[in-house]
Design a protein around this ligand. Structure first.
Ligand code: PAZ
Length: 314
């Protein structure tokens, strides 16, 4: 048996605390993880799609949130292009990176039967599909894309916590890009009907609890040195920027991307303390995410250069 000097032990449990044993200082002073070329690895957790709120434990009915997952999928492609490894936390069945060009409701229109009876992709889609297959395979095989699916608010927040605490060791090289549409209200599991709610019992009277605000916990506890971007969607343009500003201060976000329901595909505002930048799409075939990710990558580089990324109380 090894006896530790008493000064290195927690007085109640007799166990060493991380500060006393040097564990904390070891990790704080360790050099950042590097890729094969010797460059520090940057990792971004992109969340995408809407969370559901189940109304029954054996769920038949649920409340859903508006989001196709297109923004998260497009942004993931541009982050990979910029050299980031992406953890893509997405709603099951939502839009996926490198598949955005594929038609969802007329999938078979993309294909034809060739003379030798094999299946071919119809032109002009062939070039796009070939490019997408190549980029997707490269991203996955070289370790730049990890996909983690969720459906419910319970799954989403547990996965986010797991990913965030795992990314803590990346310090300021980690980034969170929280584009998912996350439920504000939920039914606690223990209050939920176990089986399908019966309509014969009359009108449904149900109380929803507020989902605890997790963004500040992410910033303060789960990954305090990471660079954090959240999104704010509103339907009333008069309150959008004010709400984005408030979200930034209240949750300690470095950036809030504000968008309005009527125009969110064409225009967003990048809100930081003291600055607002509009980013617009230049036409139907142009992704505004291209410029948005450029701006965020530049901001992240500035964040990394700061002596300490931990500025939650600034
Ligand atoms: O997924 P999508 O491309 O259809 O929509 C993107 C979005 C509007 C959900 C996203 O830009 C966003 O604002 N997410 C946060 C929503 C919220 O305020 O909860």
């Amino acid at each position: 048996m090894i006896y530790l000097p008493t000064k290195l032990m927690d007085s109640k449990s007799g166990m060493e605390t991380p500060q006393e044993s040097g564990v904390e200082s070891f990790f704080n002073s360790a050099p950042p993880l590097k890729d094969q070329s010797g460059k520090p690895i940057r990792v971004v957790c992109v969340t995408s799609g809407g969370t559901t709120v189940p109304l029954e434990q054996r769920c038949v009915r649920y409340i859903d949130n508006f989001s196709s997952g297109n923004r998260g999928a497009a942004s993931t492609e541009y982050f990979v292009k910029a050299g980031y490894a992406v953890i893509f936390v997405h709603r099951r069945g939502s839009c996926q990176p490198y598949c955005r060009y594929l038609p969802q409701d007329s999938f078979l229109d993309f294909f034809d039967i060739a003379e030798n009876s094999t299946i071919k992709v119809c032109e002009p889609h062939g070039t796009v599909v070939k490019g997408a297959i190549r980029d997707y395979r490269k991203a996955v095989e070289e370790g730049f894309l990890l996909k983690l699916p969720f459906t419910t608010i319970f799954e989403y927040l547990q996965i986010l916590q797991m990913v965030a605490t795992s990314m803590r060791c990346l310090k300021s090289h980690g980034m969170f890009y929280l584009a998912a549409a996350v439920s504000d209200f939920y039914v606690p599991w223990e209050n939920m009907a176990k089986h399908k709610i019966q309509s014969a019992e009359g009108p449904l009277d149900m109380r929803l609890n507020q989902v605890p605000k997790m963004l500040l916990v992410l910033r303060k506890e789960w990954a305090p040195a990471a660079f954090c971007i959240s999104f704010k969607l509103e339907t009333d343009p008069d309150i959008l920027l004010q709400k984005a500003d408030m979200a930034m201060r209240k949750h300690g976000m470095h950036v809030v991307v504000a968008n309005e329901l009527a125009t969110y595909k064409r225009e967003v505002s990048v809100v930081t303390s003291g600055e607002k930048t509009r980013v617009c799409s230049h036409g139907q075939d142009h992704d505004l995410e291209e410029e948005l990710i450029d701006i965020l990558v530049a901001r992240h580089s500035e964040h990394i250069k700061k002596p300490s990324g931990i500025d939650v109380n600034e």
